[in-house]
Design a protein around this ligand. Structure first.
Ligand code: ATP
Ligand code: MG
Length: 316
């Protein structure tokens, strides 16, 4: 659905050139939900604006929804939906009119039915008479998305669809996005700097930093790249337990790293699910008494830290 090679964009500013995007390759299959994840200024919006024909690339080529980005921008535009980071609603215009105008612009057949369907699906039904400016942040974001979908595009670009929404509205919007793919087979390419969002919503994630893709994979694959699962053991006897536990686990092939702080033994293990019983048996046999045991999978936060060397939260 999307094929891009070496996509790049440099901006010239008074203070010199800003290399916003430095050669991005990507491939998105029909029906995929792909997340473009990165901190502020990473190049997410710039990439999206190039893929949606709003910004000319400095270098590179792309085919989007079956049309060549440079040779047939109009063809691309007809086949995609785009919801910008800032949204683009006119605050004075009622929701229903805004949708009707957008439908007319795209020459949607039977716009009444299409709009009614969208409003039902995005919970906008009761709001059709209201001016867009009077909507809450979450309602306005749903309107933005409805506007991007009015012409039923097979491919939609969403730039930070849930930024600024409360957790419940974010959850609702995720549900809408999933349904859009489930019911219409819509391909979704979205940007986010929420790791949990990318994790919950996306089939595949591309991590972009400083204009380059630094990691790519399913959420599971990316998490697996980060040194396995973390098992934390609380020892009943900190003084004796730590050394004994370390000896007991030295030969366990699943354990990659062991670190002791106070009465806590923190292990990095390959395949925690599989390894856990063996760990407990080894410790038991060595007479190490445990008071608690926890296992955690690495989060996408950890992934980001590993591949970029900095925390996403710090960067943002
Ligand atoms: N029109 C422009 N002129 C000059 N620099 C620009 C322009 N647009 C973007 N940039 C710069 O390009 C870089 C990438 O910006 P971009 O908007 O793509 O980031 P982003 O990943 O979408 O960030 P955010 O999470 O803050 O939305 C930033 O350094 C930004 O300042
Ligand atoms: Mg942006």
């Amino acid at each position: 659905m999307i094929e891009a090679r070496g996509l790049a964009r440099t901006f010239s500013t008074r203070n010199g050139a800003v290399e916003a995007v430095r050669g991005v390759d990507l491939a998105v299959a029909p029906g995929e939900i792909v997340g473009f994840l990165g901190p502020n200024g990473a190049g997410k919006s710039t990439t999206l604006r190039m893929l949606t024909t709003l910004l000319a690339p400095t270098a590179g080529t792309a085919t989007v929804a079956g049309h060549d980005l440079r040779a047939d921008a109009a063809g691309v535009r007809r086949r995609i939906g785009y919801v910008g980071q800032a949204g683009g609603t006119d605050p004075g215009v009622p929701v229903g009119e805004e949708l009707a105008l957008q439908a007319a612009l795209y020459g949607v057949g039977d716009p009444g039915a299409r709009i009614a369907g969208l409003c039902a699906r995005l919970d906008l039904e009761g709001l059709r008479e209201r001016p867009a400016g009077s909507l809450s942040g979450g309602q306005r974001r749903r309107l933005d998305i409805a506007l991007g979908l009015v012409h039923g595009p097979p491919l939609v670009f969403l730039d930070e669809p849930t930024t600024g929404l409360d957790p419940q509205s974010r959850g609702n919007l995720w549900e809408h996005i999933r349904r859009m793919r489930g019911e219409d087979g819509t391909t979704v390419f979205l940007t986010t700097h929420y790791l949990d969002e990318a994790d919950a919503l996306c089939d595949r994630i591309l991590i972009i930093d400083h204009g380059r893709i630094v990691a790519e994979g399913t959420p599971e694959e990316l998490k697996r790249r980060v040194s396995g699962d973390v098992v934390t053991l609380e020892l009943a006897d900190a003084a004796q337990g730590a050394a004994r536990a370390r000896d007991a686990l030295a030969a366990n092939p699943a354990v990659r790293e062991a670190a002791v702080t106070g009465a806590q033994l923190r292990l990095t293990v390959q395949d925690g699910d599989q390894a856990l019983m063996g760990l407990v048996r080894d410790l038991d046999a060595a007479g190490v008494e445990l008071t608690a045991l926890r296992m955690a999978r690495p989060t996408l936060d950890d992934v980001f830290l590993t591949v970029t060397g900095r925390s996403l939260r710090d960067a943002a």
